[in-house]
Design a protein around this ligand. Structure first.
Ligand code: DLL
Length: 435
């Protein structure tokens, strides 16, 4: 019988009571134990003992990624180091990493949150979970692993890489749930096809719990067709916990936030004003019971919205929409805002196109952004003449114009020339930074 975690069905008023209690405790903990918050609250004139309703949250100052970086390595700990059992770090590609620390309690909650993904997939101890997110400082591998174990699955800690071996193990162990980035799942599927296998038949997958990067609906359908399973999105970030902050259920109508552990808000990224449900903006998260690394109003830079209304699955935890992208990755083409995942979605309406692409951003002589989509057609597509290639390029470009109102140059490239990734795919190549 499928598991039914009670709190996921609790009346929303009850969840709000839990949230208020969690926020009250977290702001006081942060104020009393973390210098950054004491200074930030005092400077903003915010009294952490004054919270009486969820409306008060809008008065609390934000915390940003840079604040966490400035506190590296241990400046944001709310407990003594002796109580910390595990540390993870963000990749820090743009500078100093941010640190996520966990007490024993935090690790337990993490496992329980990710395990909800297994529950949402209708899974249980009869499932074999193949974890091909990277293990290590990245939260993907270990977070999914704790989730698999907490859900009672037979959990296989593959980590990322060595794709042919992944394929052998997927087949031989009869894995039913695959956890990795969506781009790596696509690479696994494509490699299996190249090896002469039919992964839709030769694998035994039922569900994939894929996240850590944006992917479009059309990308998802392609993956589901190739692997003959259902793809569920998982969201998370080092600064608040790792994967499991929000997870999609079988309905595929948005990701349920673990509202008993996180308080979500959507803000206008320019003004900081809180937006009503349904409006797109930047997701801000407050942890409700995190002991080692609590955050209060952390600006994620991820663009989404809270989906109004209740999910047909009957669970009461509110849902965020699939992440469009990060504010830092948003392209502004002649004044129009576009995310790479929207470009991907349009490209993937062309059956001739594979899922491998990169978007190059450069500036022209008038310093206006020019955007080129470099993309691989499917290897079995016969583009025998230059004229055929140019026609397809023009058609894709025209579809971008119609769907997104932006001019995107399209350049088809040879199969396998776009780098494959075992973790997060690099979708944007910013040539402006190299000038
Ligand atoms: O990517 C945690 C994670 C691991 C999530 C495995 C899901 C699965 P970071 O490396 O700190 O942590 O990167 C966090 O990745 O702010 C988003 O911009 C992006 N991201 C995470 N999940 C999704 C998703 C992990 N489902 C950053 N869709 C976040 C779109 C996502 N973007």
């Amino acid at each position: 019988m499928a598991k039914k975690t009670e709190v996921l069905y609790a009346p929303h008023e009850q969840i709000e009571e839990m949230q208020l209690a969690g926020i009250k405790k977290t702001v006081i903990d942060c104020y009393e134990h973390i210098d950054f918050y004491k200074k930030s609250f005092d400077e903003a004139g915010f009294d952490p003992y004054s919270v009486t309703s969820l409306d008060d949250v809008a008065r609390i100052p934000f915390v940003q990624k840079q604040d966490l970086r400035d506190a590296y390595p241990y400046g944001m700990l709310a407990v003594p180091l002796k109580d910390v059992r595990e540390i993870h770090m963000s990749s820090g590609t743009t500078g100093i990493a941010t640190v996520g620390a966990y007490t024993e309690h935090d690790l337990k909650i993490w496992g329980e949150c990710f395990a909800r993904g297994v529950e949402y997939a209708g899974g249980d101890e009869n499932d074999v979970m193949h974890v091909a997110y990277g293990y290590g400082l990245f939260t993907g591998g270990i977070g999914a692993h704790y989730g698999g174990v907490a859900a009672g699955c037979t959990t296989i800690p593959m980590s990322a890489g060595n794709t042919e071996r992944q394929i052998r193990v997927l087949r031989e162990m009869g894995s039913t749930i695959l956890c990795c980035t969506p781009s790596y799942a696509m690479h696994i599927a494509d490699t299996a096809l190249e090896m002469g296998l039919d992964p839709a038949r030769d694998f035994h997958l039922r569900a994939g719990i894929h996240g850590a990067e944006p992917f479009s609906d059309n990308f998802r359908r392609d993956l589901e067709r190739k692997l003959n399973y259902r793809v569920l999105d998982v969201y998370g970030l080092t600064e608040t916990m790792g994967p499991g902050v929000a997870l999609e259920c079988w309905e595929q109508q948005g990701l349920h936030i673990a509202e008993d552990h996180f308080y979500p808000e959507i803000i206008n990224p320019e003004t900081g004003e809180v937006l009503p449900d349904g409006e797109w903006g930047e997701l801000v998260l407050t942890t409700l019971d995190r002991e080692a690394s609590p955050v209060v109003r952390y600006r994620t830079r991820d663009i989404t919205r809270i989906i109004p209304g209740q999910c047909p699955c009957g669970r009461t935890h509110r849902r965020i929409d699939r992440i469009h992208g990060r504010t830092d990755d948003m392209l502004i083409i002649r004044g129009v805002n576009v995310f790479p995942s929207q470009i991907e979605d349009v490209m993937k309406t062309f059956p001739q196109m594979s899922s491998w692409y990169q978007i190059e951003v450069d500036t022209d002589h008038r310093s206006l952004d020019i955007v080129t989509l470099k993309a691989e057609p499917n290897p079995d597509v016969d583009l025998d003449s230059m004229a055929a290639v140019e026609r397809l390029q023009r058609q894709i470009s025209a579809a971008m114009k119609t769907a997104l109102s932006v001019g995107v140059k399209v350049k088809l490239v040879e199969p396998k020339t776009i780098p494959r990734s075992e973790g997060k795919a690099k979708r944007i190549v910013d040539l402006r930074k190299e000038k």
